[in-house]
Structure formats: C-alpha cells, structure tokens
Design a protein around this ligand. Structure first.
Ligand SMILES: [Zn+2]
Length: 51
C-alpha cells in the first residue's frame, strides 16, 4: 500500500483502546469512549511498519 491517501484513511482517525485494544474510528479522541469497555483511554493507531 503506497498510496498516501489510502494510508491516511487506514491509519488516521483510528484509535485503539489501551485497556482492551478495541479499534475505533473517530475524527478525534475527544470524548471518545471504547465501545467494548467504556474506557476513555484511547491512543492513536500507529502506522504499520511495512516496506
Ligand atoms: Zn476498551
């Protein structure tokens, strides 16, 4: 996947719950709650390390 637009779509606006690792798409993590455990400890998804 070398298309930067696709990369952005894949990895931006995706957040991971730090408690249960559930993924959520959102525009920002403000007021973002995990769907599974209700935690608001969300982190941005990192880019996958690919060549
Ligand atoms: Zn969670």
């Amino acid at each position: 996947m070398k298309d930067p637009d696709a990369e952005a779509r894949m990895h931006q606006n995706v957040f991971i719950c730090m408690k249960c690792n559930a993924k959520r798409r959102a525009k920002s993590k403000v007021n973002l709650l995990c769907r599974k455990c209700g935690s608001n400890s969300m982190r941005a998804k990192k880019k996958a390390a690919k060549k």
